[in-house]
Write a protein that binds this ligand. Structure first.
Ligand code: SAH
Length: 255
C-alpha cells in the first residue's frame, strides 16, 4: 500500500537549531509533508521545502490520522513535536491512531527519531541535577485525573527521586500547580531545591534556583519546567553567579 511513502516522528529539541539532531534535520529535508502543532511547523527554517500542515493544540489524534493517511498515499511525512516526540509528544498519538485505525496502516514504514527533551537541556544549564535516579511527570490534568497526579507526586517523593515536572501550569491550571507545590513541600520539606527553567535555549531563557518554600508560582507557566531536588540534591555557591546544582551519583542513605 505504501507506494514509497513513509512516516517519521521527530522531535525538534527545546528551541534552537543547534539542539535539533542531524538525523531529524535530514528527515525534515527529505519529507514531502510536515505535520504538527502550528508554532513548530511554522518555525521550521525556509530550507525545509515540504508542504506544511499546521494544526492547533488538542487535535493530536486527528493530526496523527492525517499523517498516516498521507503516508499511506505515498507521501514522505514528518510529524514534528517539540523536544523529544516520545515525551508528552506526538509519537504516542501516532501509535494510538495506528492501533485503532485502518489495519493497512500497520504495513507502513514508520520510525521514531529521538530528540533532545527539555529537561536534559534545563539540567545541563545548571549543573547535574539529574545525576542520580529521577522521574518525569506532566502536571497536565487534561489527559489524566488529578488523583493520579497526586498519587504519582507522592510516590516520587516516597522514592526520593529528583522530579522533573512538565506542563506545570497554564491559565486554567494555576490551582493545580499550587496544590502540587503544597503537597511537595509537605512530602519533601520546604528547603528542598527547586529549579524553575523557562524557555530553555530560546531568546527569553530564564532559570532560577530556589527552594520549594520560596518558589514563586507566578513565574511558572506552560513554557516552564520544574526540577525538584531529592534529599541528596546540593548546590555549590559561587560569587556573583548562580550556584551549580548537582545530585551525587552515589546514594548514601540518610539516617
Ligand atoms: N516533547 C516535549 C515536551 C512537550 S510537553 C519535550 O520532550 O521537551 C510541553 C512542556 O515541555 C512545556 O509545558 C514545558 O514544561 C516543557 N518545555 C518544552 N520546551 C521547553 C523549553 N525550551 N524550556 C522549558 N520548558 C520546556
Amino acid at each position: 500500500m505504501n507506494g514509497g511513502g513513509w512516516l517519521r516522528i521527530v522531535g525538534l529539541g527545546p528551541g534552537p537549531a543547534k539542539w535539533l539532531t542531524a538525523e531529524v534535520n535530514s528527515i525534515l529535508h527529505m519529507a514531502t509533508d510536515v505535520v504538527g502543532y502550528q508554532p513548530y511547523v511554522e518555525g521550521l527554517p525556509s530550507s525545509v521545502l515540504a508542504k506544511r500542515h499546521p494544526s492547533g493544540n488538542g487535535v493530536e489524534l486527528d493530526r496523527a490520522r492525517m499523517a498516516l493517511q498521507m503516508a499511506g498515499g505515498g507521501a514522505r511525512v514528518a510529524v514534528v513535536s517539540g523536544g523529544d516526540a516520545g515525551v508528552f509528544g506526538m509519537a504516542a498519538a501516532v501509535f494510538e491512531a495506528l492501533e485503532h485505525g485502518d489495519p493497512q496502516w500497520r504495513l507502513l514504514d514508520v520510525e521514531v527519531m529521538p530528540g533532545l527533551t527539555a529537561v536534559l537541556a534545563a539540567a545541563a544549564r545548571i549543573g547535574a541535577p539529574l545525576g542520580h535516579d529521577f522521574c518525569v511527570l506532566s502536571l497536565s490534568d487534561h489527559l489524566k485525573p488529578w488523583a493520579i497526579v497526586e498519587k504519582r507526586l507522592r510516590a516520587a517523593s516516597e522514592g526520593d527521586f529528583v522530579l522533573a515536572i512538565y506542563n506545570p501550569s497554564s491559565r486554567q491550571r494555576g490551582a493545580s500547580l499550587r496544590r502540587a507545590l503544597e503537597q511537595l513541600k509537605s512530602d519533601r520539606g520546604p528547603e528542598t531545591i527547586a529549579i524553575v527553567a523557562a524557555n530553555v535555549g530560546r531568546p527569553d531563557e530564564h532559570l532560577s534556583i530556589t527552594s520549594l518554600a520560596a518558589l514563586d508560582h507566578e513565574a511558572v507557566d506552560m513554557r516552564t519546567l520544574l526540577i525538584i531536588g531529592s534529599s541528596h540534591t546540593r548546590s555549590i555557591q559561587r560569587p556573583e553567579q548562580a550556584p551549580w546544582v548537582y545530585t551525587p551519583r552515589y546514594y548514601e542513605p540518610r539516617p
